[in-house]
Design a protein around this ligand. Structure first.
Ligand code: 5GP
Length: 228
């Protein structure tokens, strides 16, 4: 009846640090095998919980600048003194294979993607409160008090950008938040603008034949009744 677009969807997820975005994305990846998380390149220092090539591809500032010149990035930004960028190559490949791609990027990068690919899905994840966010950051123990305060100020600014996104999910109960993002991705697959073609898949004669067949079955039933 309908022919849908075969290409995957681009899903952009932004969130202030400490909103549990990483845990939500891991939950999504476990649940949905058709999802792929793009690995960004960054010039920031590795943290103890980073895995090179998995959390990020780590390069020096000079290497990053060279990559900018070579048009390596779909978008890039300078965030808190470090470069972060989304490499072009693999994303198109994955989308063409029908795989959905997640970009976990900050708001400026998301705004740049919106200009390039307005049909992407933009999801903003919020912590239940700023206090809960700071508590999470403290518990994570990867940042100093000053850094946490800086992230708080950053989050405060970022939260005002939420209305530029298509969806907002509050990460209060983790499982529910994962379920909500999952449902958004599923619902987006049913959007009418993903339909390429609508067509009639059965000729009218075939419908007539089908109706006649039903008549035959009905007659047969009557005959077997008579034979009983
Ligand atoms: P973190 O240093 O905490 O890993 O990341 C800092 C911020 O950079 C986060 O908000 C994260 O979403 C964002 N980020 C990570 N990769 C990219 C990227 O490729 N492009 C942009 N614009 N932001 C990114």
């Amino acid at each position: 009846m309908i022919k849908e677009k075969k290409s995957g969807q681009l899903i952009v997820i932004s969130a202030p640090s400490g909103s549990g975005k990483g845990t939500i994305i891991n939950g999504l990846l476990e649940k949905n095998k058709n999802l792929w998380l793009s690995v960004s390149t960054t010039s920031r220092k590795q943290r103890s919980n980073d895995i090179p090539g998995v959390t990020y591809n780590f390069v020096t500032k000079e290497e990053f600048e060279q990559m900018i010149k070579e048009n390596h990035f779909l978008e890039y930004t300078n965030y808190a003194g470090n470069y972060y960028g989304t490499p072009r190559g693999t994303i198109k490949e994955k989308l063409d294979q029908g795989i959905d791609v997640i970009l976990e990027i900050e708001i400026e990068g998301a705004a740049n993607i919106k200009k390039l690919i307005p049909e992407a899905i933009f999801i903003f994840i919020l912590p239940p409160s700023l206090k809960a966010m700071v508590k999470r950051l403290k518990k994570r123990g990867t940042d100093s008090k000053e850094k946490i305060l800086e992230r708080f100020h950053q989050a405060y600014k970022e939260i005002n950008e939420v209305t530029k996104y298509n969806y907002v999910v509050v990460n209060d109960v983790l499982e529910e938040a994962i379920e909500k993002v999952s449902s958004i991705i599923k619902a987006e697959k049913c959007r009418v603008d993903r339909i390429e073609e609508v067509f009639v898949d059965t000729k009218e004669e075939e419908i007539h034949e089908l109706l006649m067949e039903e008549d035959k079955e009905f007659d047969n039933e009557n005959i077997s009744e008579k034979l009983d």
